[in-house]
Design a protein around this ligand. Structure first.
Ligand SMILES: [Zn+2]
Ligand SMILES: [Zn+2]
Length: 407
């Protein structure tokens, strides 16, 4: 067991915690064609019989890496793989490091008899656990980012994905040039992320307000106390990213509609995990969409829709920027409130249709934004509203018929 081996194993931990296949592919590529890597021109390649340098292994790993890079840019694919990845990554880490062990040091290891025990196994087992732990940490951090920008309106998800891809490539090069520096850099970065996360949780806790009646701590935008259900005297407005705004609300009903559009409990303000319309809040037990109702919610969305469609016509006269601005505004204020109640990836065809539509309108929007922007908003709004209504209709049919009999 050499120092270089240990540094390589430890250094590849952060790479595998970010991506499953890309680091594996880069390693295989390096071992087969070291001459193409800057600074490693003189390094001999592994023998052609080595498993990792076989053509089909390279092709499979390369294709999987490419799929991984593309798939990670899609919110649905990312969500689908999110939990499985925390186990796939340590497996990929072990597979690659074991095959390396096999190719490079098997002879050395055979000579050094550690009484059937090799300390390298300890390092590898530790490494796999670290990869799992870091991959979980990464998943939680991405969840936290998703909370801010759930539908990737601001492209936060896509930007972090590109950053991660480049980190893997950069980290890999750094690892083969100066392994130790890479290990130190990543340790610092991880410590920083843990710190940010802790601070965010602390800030949320600090923002909570004590109930005037029972003393229970409530979210700053809670309408009623989570414990005693008393109406709170001080209710803060909620921002477009679900954050606390520094202004108090005046209209309770409008504020509650706002909470609903963030898929938060209209009473206690806590986030609801499920995207079902009719459910009870886990924190205060309030029945979701009972007050305000689905009808009031849609009416409120419609009102915003007329305003934003009108605004998009005016904005459309500014080339490119006008169209983009109105698309972002519509996403945040019109589509997301509906989308939050519709299961992700529920209809692939609608998604493809919307992607094509967006692209077409983007092209037309460059010159004729004042037409493209409103038409784009009308069509997409109509699609999301219909989906939301059909989702509401399925479970609300009996509710509305019950309503009719009582009125
Ligand atoms: Zn209370
Ligand atoms: Zn609640």
């Amino acid at each position: 067991m050499s120092i270089v081996q240990i540094v390589t194993i430890i250094g590849s931990i952060p790479l595998f915690s970010l991506r499953t296949f890309l680091p594996a592919f880069l390693t295989a590529l390096l071992l087969t064609y070291p001459e193409y890597f800057p600074g490693l021109e003189g390094v001999p390649a592994v023998s052609e019989e080595a498993f990792i340098s076989r053509n089909w292994v390279l092709i499979v790993l390369g294709s999987l890496s490419l799929l991984e890079i593309i798939g990670d840019k899609n919110t649905d694919v990312r969500n689908l793989l999110k939990n499985a990845e925390t186990y796939l990554k340590p497996i990929a880490f072990l597979a690659i490091n074991l095959s390396l062990l096999d190719e490079t040091s098997v002879e050395v290891l055979q000579e050094v008899q550690w009484a059937a025990f090799d300390p390298l196994w300890v390092v590898l087992a530790f490494g796999a656990l670290m990869v799992h732990w870091l991959a979980t940490l990464r998943r939680d951090f991405l969840d936290f980012l998703e909370d801010i920008d759930e539908d990737d309106n601001l492209f936060i998800g896509r930007i972090t994905s590109w950053i991660e891809d480049s980190l893997v490539v950069f980290g890999f090069l750094l690892l083969i040039w100066t392994g130790i520096i890479m290990v130190i850099l990543y340790a610092t970065a991880i410590a920083f992320f843990v710190f940010i996360r802790k601070r965010y949780d602390k800030k949320l806790e600090e923002q909570k307000l004590k109930c005037f009646n029972c003393g229970e701590k409530n979210l700053p935008f809670a309408v009623k106390c989570v414990n005693c259900k008393k109406l709170q005297p001080q209710i803060y407005a909620i921002g477009i990213f679900g954050q606390k705004k520094e202004e108090l609300i005046v209209n309770v009903e409008k504020h509650q509609l706002n909470l609903l559009s963030h898929r938060k409990c209209a009473d206690c303000g806590n986030k609801l995990d499920s995207n079902r319309l009719f459910q009870n809040c886990h924190f205060c037990g309030n029945a979701h969409f009972q007050s305000p109702t689905v009808k009031e919610f849609i009416k409120n969305q419609d009102k915003k829709f007329y305003k934003i469609a009108g605004l998009s016509f005016l904005l459309g006269f500014v080339p490119v920027v006008g169209f983009l601005t109105s698309a972002v505004i519509a996403n945040i204020h019109l589509f997301s409130p509906y989308r939050r109640y519709i299961p992700k990836g529920s209809s692939f065809l609608t998604k493809v249709f919307i992607k094509i539509l967006t692209f077409l309108f983007f092209v037309v929007g460059i010159a004729l934004g004042f037409i493209a922007a409103p038409v784009y908003i009308v069509l997409r709004y109509y699609i999301w509203k219909k989906k939301f209504q059909s989702r509401a209709g399925k479970s609300a049919n009996f509710l509305s018929s019950a309503e009719k009999t009582t009125t």
